[in-house]
Design a protein around this ligand. Structure first.
Ligand SMILES: [Zn+2]
Length: 119
């Protein structure tokens, strides 16, 4: 079924701040680079406390699973200046991210195990 995302109101979603970085990345599929660009995540492969991320624009790098890392903070605070044009992040994904909120006391706990097992 094809949904018309432009006319559909984007539902707000809430996640706990305590969720680890990898769970958030798997859910949101966006990566805030140091230059302030949001990249689309093509693949994320988790091995222990490290993960290898490949973006749609072809960059591959390793990240550590930390809730307090720069990327985790920027992701939660929606600190970015625009989407990477080479990644071609679709409008609906940005809208969805824009309606995603992080709270200490409210929202969903993401279960990394569940997400990782359904690959
Ligand atoms: Zn990119």
């Amino acid at each position: 079924m094809v949904e018309n995302v432009n006319t559909k109101r984007v539902a707000k979603r809430y996640y706990r701040k305590k969720n680890d970085l990898f769970s958030l990345l798997e859910k949101i599929k966006l990566w805030p680079s140091r230059s302030g660009r949001l990249h689309g995540i093509l693949t994320i492969t988790i091995h222990g406390e490290m993960a290898t991320i490949t973006t749609h624009c072809g960059k591959t790098f390793q990240v550590r699973n930390s809730r307090n890392s720069r990327a985790a903070r920027w992701l939660r605070n929606k600190y970015y200046s625009g989407a990477c044009t080479a990644c071609g992040v679709p409008e609906w994904k940005l809208a969805k991210y824009g309606q995603t909120f992080f709270s200490r006391s409210y929202g969903a706990y993401l279960k990394p195990g569940d997400l990782r097992s359904c690959k």
